[in-house]
Ligand binder design. Structure first.
Ligand code: GTP
Ligand code: MG
Length: 629
């Protein structure tokens, strides 16, 4: 048996630890520290929505498997993500015995809330360790918790941890080693949790606290001061709007230099290849297919990273749940709860995590409506399309003094997505006839400075996702598109460029019948098809299509001026409107099917989005034409 096989075998038999606790108490931070993984850590409740498994070796050389779970306030699950946690602990999931050790993570600054879950879990009778996490924050605030007394009161090992500090997990590792070898125990049935009433449990929590802790009521003055401004009924919404506006400005203004550098580099490589390679199929594949197509998508990396830079900072400092509160009234107006805010905000990255984050919503109808409108939020894959069309058609100038016009248009497109999502939600809720509005109950975490290490990791992960997409899906589609666009070649005496007669050209011309009324020529129609697999492929596809449509010296020039000279402004605006609504993403539709459990919702979604897209583009195109664009 090889060394790796031995290790794999040892791990598959290793004891399973489950990290359990209230939302936002630092389970994932601890999981990452133990296993060296990079799961998402952020300062709001409901970040983890899936069971994640990892493994590690303790200092004494014992192997462990460890589960990171969604946070829960109680094991009597209310939301689908809490149900995952309950089922894992109770050993109710197929292929997954109950955990051998439960590590209950609690926020040391909020024991009153956190201890209730500890007492509930204790009734299952599994071996347990209590992790008093965030002791650094508790100390700063003057909250004193006597870990030894707490251990005596609860009858379990209690350790102090700081999950965000290197070495902050050592006490937990020591406690695990002391517990070795772990003897598997069968848990009591979940019904055991209800053996004691909630009131009695609360009373017990209060009793324990009075014995083991001092100053538990010390509040976080700094967070309160910030909230006085940020949650102010007038100043709050203004601050939120200004923040969002500044982010979109930065996406354009900061990204200009790195984007020029990347596109300069890509053009340089294209020019070098055209110069040194003999004219032929291979040169065409490399220059028009790969460099023209993939290069034109790659250019958008800086903009995507700048957008995420801001989103990650907002997530880590603790502002997001505040924004949810500010928007609760607005969302209530269309029948959604403020809880929908975080799934919707995640959809700005990509609708897929957004649709999944809707698991944190308790009311099934609210959850469904949130899922249905999530793809109307502008995902980062639309950014390249928007940015390309804006750069080609909107002059690079400033309005009202210092506001970049391009950034302003981008802001408007994002805004159009949000407004239409609210409209659709209103319509769906109204037609479902449900009027009950649930009050928003959400914990407001303390603010803290964003962790630079986490920020760097978050950006790196984003860059990796984007580059992987460029290197796999986008590259493959580009090569395929190039082949379909290059063959069978032009007949003798052709008057159009060869692509016009190619397979892709024929398909584009067939689709043109449907899309001509909204101003899309056959070239755009060709790009829409591979754009179904990944939206940003449309940009690469336009790169390839137009590169193949150019003649002689025009080859390998940048796409922006080519579009500016080939399309009318009306067509450009119509394409922007199309992208606000179009259901151009098969992966989202398949996740909707999985998360709702019904294929029909994916069809409804595709149907309503297609109809909206067509109508919006039609109106935009004809209005623009009437105005002379
Ligand atoms: N100062 C300090 N911050 C911590 C500590 N542990 C976690 N945090 C911060 O607390 C926030 C929540 O951490 P997560 O690991 O995402 O919490 P979680 O329990 O996994 O949350 P859910 O997945 O939403 O249930 C993050 O902003 C962390 O940086 C700690 O020991 N000290
Ligand atoms: Mg987590």
């Amino acid at each position: 048996m090889g060394v790796t096989e031995k290790v794999t075998q040892a791990i598959s038999h290793a004891p399973m630890i489950a990290l359990l606790g209230n939302p936002n108490c630092g389970k994932t931070a601890l999981f990452n520290r133990l296993t060296g993984s990079r799961q998402k850590v952020a300062n709001y409740a409901g970040v983890t929505i899936e069971r994640k498994e990892g493994h590690f070796m303790s200092p004494a050389g014992h192997p462990y498997r460890v589960l990171d779970l969604p946070g829960a306030y109680s094991l009597t699950a209310h939301t689908p993500d809490e149900a995952i946690t309950r089922d894992v602990v109770g050993g109710l999931r197929a292929n997954d015995g109950s955990p051998d050790v439960v590590v209950c993570v609690v926020n040391a600054t909020n024991l009153r809330l956190n201890l209730r879950l500890v007492l509930e879990i204790q009734r299952l009778g599994l071996p347990m360790i209590l992790c008093l996490n965030m002791v650094d924050v508790a100390k700063k605030r003057g909250i004193e918790v006597d870990a030894e007394k707490l251990a005596r009161e609860l009858g379990m090992t209690v350790v102090e941890t700081v999950a965000v500090q290197s070495g902050g997990e050592k006490a937990l590792l020591r406690a695990l080693d002391e517990m070795w070898p772990v003897v598997p125990v069968k848990p009591q049935p979940l019904a055991a949790i209800d053996a004691v009433s909630v009131e009695d449990t609360q009373r017990e929590v209060r009793r324990i606290l009075s014995v083991v802790a001092k100053n538990v009521h010390n509040t976080d003055d700094r967070s309160e001061k910030i909230d006085n401004v940020v949650l102010h009924p007038v100043a709050g919404p203004i601050i939120l709007a200004v923040l969002m506006f500044l982010i979109f400005q930065a996406v354009f203004t900061w990204a200009a230099v790195p984007m020029d550098m990347i596109s300069g580099g890509v053009e340089h490589i294209g020019a070098l290849l055209s110069e040194h390679m003999a004219d032929g199929v291979l040169r065409s594949l490399l220059v028009e297919g790969i460099i023209g197509g993939v290069g034109s998508v790659l250019v958008f990396l800086p903009q995507i990273l700048i957008l995420f830079f801001f989103i990650l900072i907002l997530e880590d400092c603790g502002y997001l749940p505040r924004a949810a509160f500010l928007l609760d009234r607005l969302m209530g107006g269309v029948g959604l709860s403020g809880r929908a805010f975080i799934p919707l905000l995640s959809s700005f990255a990509c609708a897929i995590p957004g649709v999944m984050a809707a698991r944190t919503i308790q009311n099934p109808r609210d959850r469904l409506v949130t899922i249905m409108i999530a793809p109307l939020m502008t995902c980062s894959a639309r950014l390249p399309v928007y940015a390309l069309v804006i750069a080609a058609f909107i002059p690079e100038r400033e309005v009202w003094g210092a506001v970049s016009l391009q950034g302003l248009i981008l802001f408007c497109l994002y805004f159009a997505g949000i407004v239409s999502a609210m409209g659709v939600a209103w319509f769906m809720k109204r037609s479902a006839g449900s009027k009950v509005k649930q009050a928003l109950m959400m914990e407001l975490p303390s603010y803290h400075w964003p962790n630079l290490h986490n920020l760097a990791i978050g950006l790196w992960e984003r860059a990796k996702i984007f580059l992987m997409r460029v290197g796999t899906v986008i590259l493959t589609l580009m090569v395929l598109l190039w082949a379909l666009s290059s063959f069978p070649g032009a007949p003798a005496g052709a008057t159009h460029p060869p692509i016009y007669y190619s397979i892709a050209g024929m398909l584009g011309r067939a689709l043109e019948v449907i899309f001509a009324p909204i101003g899309f020529g056959w070239e755009i129609c060709i790009a829409l098809v591979p754009g179904m697999a990944a939206r940003e492929v449309a940009v690469g596809a336009l790169g390839t299509v137009y590169a193949l449509s150019q003649k002689g010296d025009d080859l390998a020039t940048s796409l922006t001026p080519v579009l500016a000279s080939s399309w009318s402004l009306a067509t450009a605006l119509s394409l922007l409107a199309w992208y606000v609504f179009a259901p151009q993403c098969l992966s989202t539709l398949s996740v909707v099917r999985r998360e709702t459990g019904h294929a029909r919702y994916a069809f409804y979604m595709a149907g309503y989005m297609f109809a909206l897209a067509y109508a919006a583009s039609f109106i935009t195109y004809h209005t623009a034409r009437a105005l002379g664009a």
